[in-house]
Design a protein around this ligand. Sequence first.
Ligand code: F6R
Length: 616
Amino acid sequence: MCGIVGYVGKQKAASILIEGLKRLEYRGYDSAGIAVLQGARIDVAKKTGRVDVLAKSATRRRFTGATGIGHTRWATHGGVTDANAHPHLSSDGKFALIHNGVIENHAGMKKFLLEKGYTFASETDTEALVNLVAYHYEKEPVTDGKSRFLESVRRALMHVEGTYGIAILCTDCPGEIVAARKASPLVLGVGDQEYILASDVAALVSRTQNVVYLKDGELLHLTPANFSIITQDEEDVSPVVDRITWNIADAELGGYRCFMEKEIFEQPAALENAMRGRFAEDGSTALFGGLNLTPAELRQIGHLVFLGCGTAWHACLVAEHLIERFARVPVEVDYASEFRYRNTPLDRDTLFFVMSQSGETIDTLGALREARRKGFKVLAINNTVGSSIARESDGGIYQHVGPEIGVASTKAFTSQLLIAALVALHIARMRDMSFNDGVEYVKAVKSAPALVHRVLEQAPRIREIAKRHAHYKDMLFLGRLSLFPIALEGALKLKEISYIHAEGYPAAEMKHGPIALVSPECPAVFFAPKGEIFNKLVSSIQEIKARHGKTIVITTEGCELPPGVADELILLPDCHEAVLPIVATIPVQLLSYYIALERGCDVDKPRNLAKSVTVE
Ligand code: F6R
């Protein structure tokens, strides 16, 4: 949700900023822009559209400066226009600012600044902030050898309500950037005689693997020779330099058509990474290093609450199913965005889990804070080391699947399902699950990568099915028990990348309403795996066929379906219940992906979306 990047060093900043923006483009692609300090002037290039459009216009300009900032926008305040694109200049031209977040009190700020004679060229909330910095710069005396630039940003931010990750240039301060964050991520790359600042490590991993994660309320001051961090209350912060394990290949396509395709096909390896080192030596349970709970504490848990958004919320629903089924602990699942304002009554023996790939989703972060404020422990299942959610939780489990760049979540989702299966096992083995059942369960989880690989081998067949279904306007996804969340996920994948209207529904609920939608024009993707309710699932499919509905049936190898029930058939390898949701996800990912390709959609950058939703 908006990507920001900054550079201070010895190279020409413009090309480094543009390369960084290309890697951050998944965070927003309404417009892009850069500002470069050139002597005592700030030169700006900004354009609606993709970073490539900006790159073309920037190469026609002579950007020679070695200090600059860049932004790729997901519009919140103000339409998608060149004027609303970042960077924004203060009306005196002294400051340029890029911003990820929302300044909630921008209207009052703007009114105040208009009265003081400042002028505005855009409809954005950001322009109020850059002018407020200029106002404080003019107003503040320089004291105690402090940086006047840093001090005016600090004072301006004291008046801001809302969220921000910002980076600012000042014409009086060549070679300097001031940056700050509150609820929007910022990471500093410490390179060889250079610093790169970005919303996430994808933008800087090609130049350095040494990083400093900024915390909420911190301000960073970059100069050509050094950097320093202070808090909003002017306390010095001793920076901790971390080393990131992602490398540049993780952030590149490597021969795939797009990141979504790459991330679908790398799921066997991603699942291996997510489970590596997480099994006990006796082969009967899972181990986690970061839960920060003793076995006795875990045994005393009476209730679990899982919170997440979107795809991660679907993973929470699977966690609910697996934990209740195997560990026999009651689980509540809530949308993080609802939980944070609902004030749900909670038992004292409740443990929270939040699920978030990015670790920056503002609703999930807000829910985490709310649960912790009430005194509950919150653990995070998260893919991004150093993210806000990772830092603010009481402990947790990293997904370890590398950066997920495609906007539609794929490998992060299946790894969340895998970790949910391991959490269920871990708790189950502390309660009633036998050693032998634990061993069988562990074997099943270990087989997940190979099973996923077998489903991926059906990609050419699924592509053919996709070709026959790409023209529909509506689709249903139906499943029961642990595959109901996978039906929801299938519908979400299809609508977000192909713009086909799709609904996920519990299969048996069809007859209570949605069956009215069934027609030859609305195909139904139906999960009917082997199991106790297989015959009931077949009956539900027959209800659809009786109404001339078209069906794509996803069932288990060896299951016999009555003739004529499946217009299209996709087979899953027979597997343990713990891994069934993972295996069953693959066909709906592939189906959605190939349908979107057939329709000519830009699957990595679906319209109106952005990865990592850092606004409410
Ligand atoms: C859909 C998708 C989103 C995210 C949601 C939460 O494909 O990716 O629904 O799952 O925005 O994101 P995280 O997991 O980063 O909190």
